[in-house]
Write a protein that binds this ligand. Sequence first.
Ligand code: 3PY
Ligand code: MG
Length: 267
Amino acid sequence: MPAPVNKLKQALADGKQTIGCWLVLGDSYAAEIAASAGFDWCVIDNEHAPNDLRSTLAQLQALSQTPNQTPNQTPNQTPVSAVVRPPIGETHILKQFLDIGCQSFVVPMVESAAQAAELVRATRYPPGGVRGVGASTARASNFNAHADYLHTANDQICLFVQVESRAGLAALPDILAVDGVDGVFIGPSDLSADLGHLGNPHAPAVVTAIDGALDAIAASGKASGIFAVDPVDAERYLARGVSFVAVASDINSMTTALRQTASRFRQ
Ligand code: 3PY
Ligand code: MG
């Protein structure tokens, strides 16, 4: 049996637009709720959330077992796609996430084609890559039930690299030319900081830079992604054709709902 087909990679290759939820609570119970809410994918964030290998594993397990089911609709028995954001794009960190069964990644702070190429190699077995071979004892191969895992795993990896700095923007054309990079994800918060507008991703210079980057990504034929939990931003980016839009985060949804309810009954 081969490695599981990566539905997200397939959808992006088919030119589909997808929406997702960022998981920053670091909690598998919350992941289970997000998994059934109707998103195409969920990102388990290890960069800006209290996650580690074990909490990521618990969330991968929750996501893989929860049918996607929006209220009052027939369940879509295919589980939501799981994506991991590592704290940083290091080969040994990616190796561990790969072995616990993650097939899709959003890697922060990529600033050169060489760095992007190294990430491609980190996520692929030799001869094209440097991924360590230990999957026979790992969840990735369903504990060796996927007998053809080693020879089929490379084709099911979906890799987004994050461009979120001036250096990343300058290297964008070269990054887009790297074989094995499925898409480029823009991080508006870090990008605005590096452009001199800390905390203001809506500054005109930032918006212009983001739009220019999205145009370049679209022209390359690769998938584009962006973090846009403000619904006005999300609608704008979806209308622009962005293919991987983070339209929600578990913490954002929770804080918004709880604060609204508290404020309503406090009055
Ligand atoms: C950013 O906005 O910097 C991000 O990385 C989004 O998660
Ligand atoms: Mg960022």
